[in-house]
Design a protein around this ligand. Sequence first.
Ligand SMILES: Cc1ncc(COP(=O)(O)O)c(C=O)c1O
Length: 365
Amino acid sequence: MEKPKLFSVGPVYVNEKVRNEMSRQMFSHRSNTYRELHSSLVQKLKRLMKTNNEILIFASSSSGIMEACARNLVKDHEKVLCLSCGAFGERFGEIFELNGKNVKILRKEWGKANLPDEVDKALSEDNYAVVTLIHNETSTGLMNPLKEISNVVKKHDALFVVDTVSSMGGANVDVDDYGIDVCLFGSQKCLATPPGIAIASVSENALNKAKDVKNKGFYLNFEILKKSNDKNETPVTPPIPQMFGMSKSIDLIFEEGHENVIERHKNISKFVRDRVKDIGFEIFPDENFASQTLTCVSFENFKKVYNKFDVKIMNEEMKKKGFILANGYGKIKDKTFRIGNMGNVMMDDVTEMLDNLEEVVKMFK
Ligand SMILES: Cc1ncc(COP(=O)(O)O)c(C=O)c1O
């Protein structure tokens, strides 16, 4: 990465090769040139997501697909179980509620994971049409045990919707093996593409369910999107530059090797956690479930010891040195900051950044 080096949690640093792809001249989205782009992106996404399900392309951010799930998958009398352990779990529940759906939010304390036994218990106690999970809770830097939860959800008769917004590309998500009915993510996190496009894989069961649900509207309607997708088109004007960018990003992932990219994210995030603990901070979430794609650092106890500590000053000093970190988010924003390692962040980048962080933090000790 060139400076300023972004350790953000999305949008993240975009590789020059991806930026170049996005500067191409435009063409009609009702042309063969477009259809070729659409079809080739869909094929690449199937490989990345490990799925044969329908891949729908949305001219929105990920929240658009979260809303699409509320519009397409739930009938009026049905219930939704939203698993939550942070800000985005809460957000998913809120989106269903704002669409008039009957929601139960199964909450864990922020920093603790949603666990399979608890999900199993909840699903045994009531009938739910849909279960939602945030795979990687970006607010707390926690990665939920997706495979284990998917094994539990499979035993019950509910559609499984998984938000992989900050994990797809940087962690293993095997959509078909895990039986995920809707798997959603956006461009600006581990795929390291500018924001403005979001992707969902949608299972046959989810598409069939959508046929029976009324008042789905137009823009986020799975049936309408699927009809266009059959012609390698989208019903509305698609974000063509983002499609070129995402396509290139996926090429780069496969050039490096998908497994290697995942391993790199794992190793770097572990390195970051160890170094920030050496500096004197703590890891906010339960480390058994620490995210591979970002680190949420708690400075609450550090500040008790070194009361001069000021996270704003720390961030400003880091910025002066050419490193941009992410603020805390939601109700923990005043006691945490976050270090993203999504996309193009390499070991050399984090090592350099952490050496500088260590120096900056000394001024408060
Ligand atoms: C886990 C998760 N879900 C959903 C969202 C919402 O994404 P967007 O703002 O791109 O719609 C975010 C954004 O950071 C996220 O981290």
